[in-house]
Design a protein. Structure first.
Length: 310
């Protein structure tokens, strides 16, 4: 029975992503057979640390929001400690449920609990609909619902699943400032052989270029000269020396694609590089696949053999 850690408690969007991985057969496809035991973790770093320590076989964590961008705690935890590997991704359409305590209405609520990332996605709605409610920070979307159940606040920005689990009344549903908002989640395991390319893949690395002028443009040029499509780039401080950064980069393609392999090899020669994985994209928005170089390889082979006119 595989143990899968996720950012909890029960009722978070991350648990919904884990359920989606189960439904799609993704967990079994990476070799984790059997009924899944879901293990809650207090934060994305805690979920990933459970994998490093061996108390979980894999973890599901949020990595990117279409509204808020990257999820910094996840990025930082992937860049530090023993290397872990992303093996799959999925996306969840995000809209929030406003939950209340007994007898509470939208007009009567004076305090509301919200996870900071969720708050930024419903701030306009709250200002228009519940302007008198003072916002308190929650540990997660499901944690906000637990604050209501414990009588600590009147209402919560949470999920329908958390409301059902705690039998809390729904005051409003489908709440989001930007329609069509989505969050991307990844399934993370200890390092393993990379699954074969599918032709619609994503590759992720962490780079730590030297703190010298022109280093980052030169690094990005390794992708540009090979026509590799970058789909995500985020900088995070190394937390070791002021003004030094590491860069998280996703690109379209697979490490088995010759041009992607060339670029990663070039990086490895010049700077510290952490490979985070190559895996199939969840939707059709993964960028353009790197062009094949078979023709150029054949040209080089012909030249070596004394063939070819050009």
């Amino acid at each position: 029975m595989p143990r899968i850690a996720y950012f909890g408690p029960s009722g978070t969007f991350t648990e919904m992503a884990l359920a989606q991985f189960e439904k799609l057969g993704t967990i079994a496809a990476v070799g984790l057979d059997g009924a899944v035991e879901r293990v809650t973790a207090a934060s994305p770093p805690a979920a990933l640390e459970a994998v490093r320590s061996g108390t979980a076989d894999a973890a599901v964590v949020p990595i990117e929001s279409s509204i808020e961008g990257a999820v910094p705690p996840t990025l930082d935890a992937l860049s530090e400690g023993r290397r872990l590997q992303i093996v799959a991704e999925t996306e969840i359409e995000v809209a929030f449920t406003i939950l209340g305590g007994p007898g509470v209405t939208l007009d009567s609520a004076r305090t509301i609990s919200a996870y900071p990332i969720a708050l930024n996605q419903v701030r306009q709605w709250l200002q228009a609909t519940m302007p008198g409610a003072a916002v308190q920070s929650a540990s997660s979307n499901a944690g906000a619902a637990e604050d209501v159940a414990a009588g600590m606040v009147d209402a919560a920005v949470s999920t329908r699943l958390a409301g059902e689990r705690l039998s809390l009344p729904t005051l409003a549903d489908g709440i989001i400032d930007v329609e069509g908002a989505r969050t991307r989640f990844v399934l993370v395991t200890p390092p393993r052989p990379v699954a074969p390319r599918t032709g619609a893949d994503r590759t992720a690395v962490v780079l730590e270029p030297p703190n010298d002028p022109g280093t980052l443009p030169a690094a990005l040029a390794e992708f540009g000269i090979r026509n590799i499509d970058l789909t995500f780039i985020e900088s995070r401080p190394t937390r070791s020396q002021f003004g030094t950064y590491r860069f998280f980069i996703d690109c379209a393609g697979h490490i088995e694609d010759s041009l992607v392999a060339e670029a990663l090899t070039a990086f490895h020669r010049k700077m510290p590089l952490r490979f985070l994985g190559s895996w199939p994209i969840a939707t059709g928005t993964g960028g353009s696949v790197p062009p094949p170089i078979d023709e150029h390889v054949q040209w080089l082979s012909d030249i070596r053999a004394g063939r070819g006119d050009l």
